[in-house]
Design a binder for this molecule. Structure first.
Ligand SMILES: C[S@@+](CC[C@H](N)C(=O)[O-])C[C@H]1O[C@@H](n2cnc3c(N)ncnc32)[C@H](O)[C@@H]1O
Length: 366
């Protein structure tokens, strides 16, 4: 469990993103792990073969033509071997298209998992009410996109029961390992957790419920992503999205650390291709993606005490590396904001309003 307020200094290399310590998840990674070794292998092989043949055969010119043929054969075989080597030895990378996906700006792995657990506890009641409204019941097949620490995945799994199934998809393999361990500990065996990109679901199956919470705000082409989500909703099924809208968040009385959080987090999300006002735009974006006009509600949490008041602290801490990389804020500003946010969280006379959570859902006709 992350202990809010214990860390006010940033790690020198910053927290790792998307599971931490994993391999880069871009086409650049593919180039490094396949094209470069292949070319290197080809050049080295040809050089070695030519040098050997020169030494062996040039004194005996009659044998040169046959030798050249053998040289070409050996070089081609070695080139093919070198080209396939990276695919055999390279770690599995997640395919994702840099143009479709904005980068995920918050740390992943264990600290990201703990932060999501805290957020999930805060939003549990309103998400549960939403799932009641849309009607998630026994035997259904559900897809939880960007499932993270899996709290909604678990809730869906309990609702669909042994005759149903829930697939949870997320980019963060480290986080999914923790989520998988928890699902086993609590005895939920109707869950399938997969590493993958929500902008390329690549799953021909139809689902009764396709759900995502706080994911669309991170996507570079949200309308395309929603269209992809809608494609895997089966007739009679429902597409459900919850996403926050940062302009509604406040702290009373105002506090510099809280202002810093709102300003820099929104700037970081925008600079990374995401949208901090994604919540209010779900309605229009569903329609633009060809989804029938959705039902929309909005909910907000109010806190003067408790762990939820540490969410701004943890979000600044979790976004610090990205903020510094993008030039949104300097390390000293972040450290000073963290001190202020910790004081605000411990002060039971201040009232915090979370970002407003928009909830949109639409059903596909039978
Ligand atoms: C704010 S968290 C929300 C987690 C969970 N839905 C919840 O509400 O507790 C966003 C999650 O989306 C994942 N994510 C971000 N972009 C993604 C993408 N393109 N494909 C799959 N997962 C993604 C992150 O790894 C992270 O776990």
């Amino acid at each position: 469990m992350v202990r809010p307020g214990e860390t006010t200094s940033l790690p020198p290399n910053g927290p790792a993103r998307n599971g931490g310590g994993g391999w880069p998840e871009s086409k650049n990674a593919w180039i490094c792990w396949s094209v470069v070794p292949a070319l290197t292998g080809m050049i080295c092989t040809k050089w070695i073969v030519s040098a050997t043949l020169w030494k062996l055969y040039v004194p005996r010119c009659g044998q040169l033509r046959g030798a050249m043929k053998r040289s070409a054969l050996v070089a081609t075989t070695c080139t093919l071997l070198c080209s396939s080597l990276p695919f055999l030895v390279a770690p599995r990378t997640v395919e994702c298209d840099d143009h479709v996906m904005a980068r995920y700006v918050i740390y992943g792995g264990r600290p990201g998992y703990d932060r999501l657990k805290m957020l999930a506890r805060r939003w549990q009641a309103t998400t549960s009410a939403l799932l009641d409204d849309v009607g998630v019941g026994a035997g259904m097949r559900c897809l939880d996109l960007g499932c993270g620490a899996g709290d909604v995945t678990f809730e869906l799994a309990r609702r669909v029961g042994a005759s149903g199934r829930v697939v949870g998809l997320d980019l963060d393999a480290a986080q999914l390992d923790l989520t998988r361990a928890e699902s086993q500990r609590i005895g939920l065996d109707n869950i399938d957790l997969r590493v993958g990109d929500v902008t390329a679901i690549g799953d021909g199956s139809g689902y009764d419920v396709v759900y995502s919470r706080n994911v669309i705000q991170h996507l570079g082409r949200p309308v395309d992503a929603i269209r992809g989500m809608w494609e895997v909703v089966r007739p009679g099924g429902v597409l459900v999205a919850e996403d926050v809208d940062f302009e509604g968040a406040f702290c009373e009385p105002r506090c510099a650390g809280h202002d810093f959080w709102l300003e820099t987090y929104q700037a970081t999300l925008r600079a990374s291709g995401g949208d901090p006002l994604s919540g209010r735009r779900l309605f229009a974006r569903f329609r633009e993606a060809g989804v029938p006009t959705p039902q929309v509600t909005v909910v907000q949490c109010l806190d003067f005490t408790g762990e939820a008041k540490f969410v701004p602290y943890l979000t600044v801490e979790g976004t610090a590396t990205t903020m510094v990389e993008l030039g949104v804020a300097a390390v000293e500003e972040i450290e000073s904001a963290l001190v202020g946010l910790r004081a605000m969280a411990e002060d039971e006379t201040s009232l915090c309003g979370s970002p407003r959570m928009f909830q949109a859902w639409s059903r596909r006709l039978m």
